[in-house]
Design a binder for this molecule. Structure first.
Ligand code: GP9
Ligand code: MN
Length: 629
């Protein structure tokens, strides 16, 4: 008779395989930055710690059930990892619970998702296949039947490992769990699965926050805003656009690096380049969006509050009380309209727009959409502007009209006949195509300006153009670094979050390129000033971009920030001009030294949390903005 002296129990094999797979994913698919050997060590152990915790629970079950549990838990775990990978490839970010409730967006993602799947992804399920195969072949032979005290030991060990992992992470990054904005930190230190559990806790906490809010929370926040952010003072431009129409164009995925730049020797954005001479152009203007993408950029402009750290605030807090730009304009006899040729429910816009006080929303139903005039995400930008004109012309004036373009959206598909420049040549199809669709949008804007002139609306309007968020994610680092001919560092990543911002006032001479550090949070107070609308009762985190005395930083949603002197991100403080690393707060912490960036770090975190408190607690319902209406 064949005698086997020792056999590896299946649950240990499963832990090993699942752990190795997870580690490979962390290391080679998620682009997680590792700054020292301690971080490398934590990243190495956490896949096994988590796998052991989840899979070793099986020893408590009867042999047959052990197999079923292991097979399914590995499959579910792998699917969770895989969904995160798909999401990561597009957004360089991890899935959050609120995102899962945005199902209505998923259906529209169609062509975008296909480009994110790769054939070799099947290998990511190899460990599952092996365990399913062995379980089938050997059945209960490889299961274990432990005495109670060994079961308790297994459980005790797995809890101990988890705690040990957490303690190491806390030593490496103090207050890890308080820094909730930076998901990469969480995944790096406690692993993807613990991160999801933690995210679920945050989710319920933010849900509960509204119920327990009573308005007193607002006192400190109002003080803070009045002292630090709502800096009062009118500029020389106050009222320059009084009673004029405000035409706001959101440029899908247009980043500043294409402006005044070339591809294969040709200008990418000839019209937008020329427009700089006739506009106020802000060359250091940052997007501050997070998972809500375009909708986050809209939220920033409409409310001068930060979008949500998790999920899209357009979904999660669409019923809150706000004191929005359209509402303030409506109180000043404007009518407000949005033009966007997508489904009205995308990003929950129909619900949110109504709450924010928009009078009309021209969604896809207002347009004649055919096979010929469609590409990628829908109606092509040129047709979009053309078909919008009759609606625009028939509006009562003064109006505020927001246009949201669509053609320059990932995956940047374009019909051959619409391409007027050559593709770029790199390993990233996304970047290669991007220049062509950006050029298309540039041409569409040019046509729109001409139409405004023909219609006579031009001279009675001011036109604001803004890039909504990045188009090229970190996933295309290599190609970007080839195009920019620079190393792609964390510093570069932050600098690439700049998006174009133009204020074009027809007939105005004193135009300038403005280099101040500005961001989407500043748009609302700036526009109100130009339109001559008193905003002294408004509460906002932005400051007028034309004021000399301004809040000294722009905060990105993950806690990174930019000041005149510094760029701070992922615990590193860089010289803004040179990109040189000055110091890393991570290495300084605990040694009594301070990073050059330190004075701002806490204020930025405080400001972001205050904004979250307003939104999660729906605190504006307790505030009287003293608008006469
Ligand atoms: C879709 C448009 C693009 O309606 O806003 O969405 P995005 O993915 O950029 O947020
Ligand atoms: Mn967008």
């Amino acid at each position: 008779m064949k005698q086997r002296t020792w056999k590896l129990p299946l649950y240990l094999l499963a832990v090993l395989l699942f752990g190795i797979k997870t580690y490979i994913v962390y290391r080679f698919i998620f682009d997680i930055s590792l700054e020292n050997s301690m971080q490398e060590f934590i990243l190495l152990i956490n896949p096994f710690v988590t796998a052991f915790f989840i899979i070793a629970l099986s020893v408590w079950l009867k042999p047959r059930r052990q197999l079923t549990y292991m097979k399914w838990i590995m499959l579910i775990g792998s699917v969770i990892i895989y969904f995160n990978i798909i999401f990561y490839r597009n957004f360089t970010d991890f899935i959050t619970i609120p995102l899962l409730f945005q199902g209505s967006n998923a259906a529209d993602l169609g062509s975008s998702i296909l480009g994110l799947l790769k054939v070799w992804d099947i290998l990511l399920f190899l460990d599952v296949g092996i365990v399913w195969y062995i379980a089938r072949k050997y059945g209960e032979e490889l299961t274990v039947n432990l005495k109670k005290r060994y079961k308790v030991l297994a459980l005790g060990l797995s809890i101990l490992f988890i705690l040990g992992n957490y303690i190491l992470a806390e030593i490496e990054r103090p207050q890890l769990l308080q820094r909730t904005f930076d998901r990469e930190y969480l995944v790096k230190n406690i692993g993807l699965f613990s991160y999801h559990v933690y995210d679920a806790v945050l989710h319920s906490k933010s849900k509960a926050q509204r119920v327990f809010a009573d308005g007193n929370e607002l006192n400190d926040i109002v003080d803070y805003m009045e002292n630090e952010t709502t800096i009062q003072g009118k500029t020389d431009l106050y009222g320059i656009a009084e009673d004029k129409n405000l035409i706001f164009v959101s440029l899908e995925s247009v980043q500043s690096f294409v402006i005044n730049n070339t591809v294969n020797g040709e200008e990418v954005t000839p019209f937008l380049n020329d427009l700089i001479d006739d506009s106020y152009y802000f060359e250091n203007f940052y997007h501050q969006t997070a998972q809500g993408k375009t909708s986050d950029s809209e939220f920033l402009v409409e409310n001068s509050l930060y979008p949500s750290p998790r999920g899209a605030v357009y979904f999660t807090h669409a019923q809150n009380d706000y004191h929005s730009l359209p509402e303030m304009l409506n109180n000043n006899d404007y009518m407000s309209t949005v033009f966007h040729a997508n489904n009205e429910s995308f990003w929950n816009r129909d619900v949110m727009y109504e709450n924010l006080g928009y009078d009309t929303f021209h969604d896809v139903k207002s347009y004649n959409v055919t096979d010929e005039n469609t590409v990628g995400w829908g109606l092509k930008d040129k047709a979009f502007f053309e078909q919008s004109m009759p609606y625009l012309e028939s509006q009562q004036q003064p109006f505020y009209s927001k246009f949201i373009t669509l053609t320059n959206h990932y995956p940047f598909d374009l019909d051959q006949e619409d391409a007027t420049i050559e593709k770029y040549d790199s390993n990233s199809r996304t970047l290669n195509q991007y220049f062509q669709t950006v050029r298309y949008t540039d041409e569409a804007i040019k046509e729109f300006f001409n139409k405004l002139k023909e219609s006579g609306l031009y001279k009675d309007s001011i036109i604001v153009l803004m890039g909504d968020h990045y188009g090229i994610s970190d996933f295309h680092k290599k190609a970007m670094s080839q195009y920019l001919d620079k190393e792609y560092t964390d510093y570069q990543h932050v600098q690439l979050q700049r998006v174009p911002f133009y204020i074009h006032i027809p007939g105005h001479d004193d135009n300038q390129v403005i280099s101040k550090i500005t961001g989407q949070i500043d748009v609302k107070p700036t526009l109100l000033d130009l339109l001559g609308i008193d905003d002294s009762n408004d509460l906002s985190f932005g400051t007028n971009m034309f004021l000399d005395e301004r809040k000294p930083y722009i905060a990105l949603r993950d806690g990174s920030f930019i000041t005149d002197e510094y760029v701070y991100t992922k615990d590193q403080c860089f010289n803004r001009q040179t990109g040189e690393l000055i110091d890393s707060t991570n290495n300084l912490s605990g040694k009594g030294e301070d990073s050059a960036c330190q004075p701002y770090v806490e204020q930025v975190e405080k400001e972001l949390s205050y904004s979250d408190e307003i939104i999660f607690g729906d605190l504006f319902r307790f505030h009287d903005f003293k608008d006469e209406s």
